[in-house]
Design a protein around this ligand. Sequence first.
Ligand SMILES: Cc1cc2nc3c(=O)[nH]c(=O)nc-3n(C[C@H](O)[C@H](O)[C@H](O)COP(=O)(O)OP(=O)(O)OC[C@H]3O[C@@H](n4cnc5c(N)ncnc54)[C@H](O)[C@@H]3O)c2cc1C
Length: 407
Amino acid sequence: MRDVVIVGAGLAGSSLAHVLSGLGWDVLLIERRQLPHHKVCGEFLSPESQASLWALGLYDTVAALRPSVMEHARLVSRRGVSLRVPLPGPAWGVSRFALDYALATAARQAGAEVQQGVTVSGVTAVEQGYTVNLRSLEGTSMVQARAVVVACGRNPLPGLRPKTVTTGARPTYVGVKCHYADVTMPSQVDLFLFKGGYVGLSPIEDGRYNLCLLTTRAAFARAGGSAGAMLDAVTRWNPALQQQLAGGQPVPDTEVSVAPVDTGVPAVPWDTVARLGDAAVMIPPLCGDGMAMALRSAEICAPLINDFLHERITLATWQEQYSAAWQREFARPVRTGRQLQALLARAYLSDGLLALGKFLPVLARHLVRATRGQSRPLETVLPLVQQPASQDRNAMIGIPAVQKGDA
Ligand SMILES: Cc1cc2nc3c(=O)[nH]c(=O)nc-3n(C[C@H](O)[C@H](O)[C@H](O)COP(=O)(O)OP(=O)(O)OC[C@H]3O[C@@H](n4cnc5c(N)ncnc54)[C@H](O)[C@@H]3O)c2cc1C
């Protein structure tokens, strides 16, 4: 019987595995893919993330990846109306290829067993804990655990879907991302709107830039129905983006796409077990806060799991306290983020909103704040575990061959 099984080695799963292993628990972290790999993501790690990384003992691990630093965000409408706002603090730009691998490595170094290429197909509550069903190239198997946490991201397999959520008739989106070299732009995150979606462009580590877009299926089909055609089309559809990318060269093997992306699924932070990060809810990507929320949900959950494993609280108390904290922290940013996404999707409203934000910077700053969690100075945050000794970046990142695939 394992102490904890964590499903998914993304930000939420790996950071939780790192803390719980550091606290001495026997942790099994299960990831269906092989790391590292490119993931569809804007790779904008918002200012709030840093406090969570600090608390999770992972600040130095991420700083060692030498992320880019951004202090402003700029929004540009289809008609070229632009608004530049200061971020609530310095944000980091770092590829998911490097970041996810670094966090999973840190979890392993803290003592977690990390199984890659293994898929969790279902979790069942049993008398003394849980049975977790696994599937891999070797066949099927099961593992027993006292506690299970689902951190499998936004598209759970049927066996991990919350019972209360139906897919519904909402429109879904397609996500595409690609890294670029030789781009010249200020160190900021740019968000360009186009008919049917938006594109983010921002610096990451090693002097590279990440372009990531979210688009309706209709716009994807209009562009030609492939990731490459979509990347070509968005530069035509937003002249300001074309100008910004002029001279930029796509980095081979970094183009990935994912569908469907459903940004309207109702939130479920608990269903039989705790759900972290996107497995609980997805905030619209334009807020650039999904990774911060994934890390923060791990930060909130870790002490509760620790207390549960020590038998200081019951499962019901863990559920109650985690769900309440989740609602307190994330319900409002998700609601506001969804409203903002709907507003910016309409050309005349987006122009109006950006123009208004220019004349009322307080309103613009308020909107930025309303879509995100709390900013906490690092000195006020107590680490749950110690930061691992600083890691040799070259030993950790970039040795395995780049793999193509989606998120
Ligand atoms: C187009 C787009 C742009 C975005 N841009 C940004 C941005 O700029 N900034 C930001 O903060 N957020 C952004 N996000 C959101 C961000 O990517 C997510 O919020 C974040 O990745 C959530 O982390 P997670 O750990 O919850 O899930 P994930 O990162 O999705 O990790 C889940 C892991 O679980 C694994 N898994 C899934 N199912 C199973 C299974 N059954 N068994 C075993 N393993 C499994 C997956 O392979 C994956 O590695 C963006 C999202 C999209 C779609």
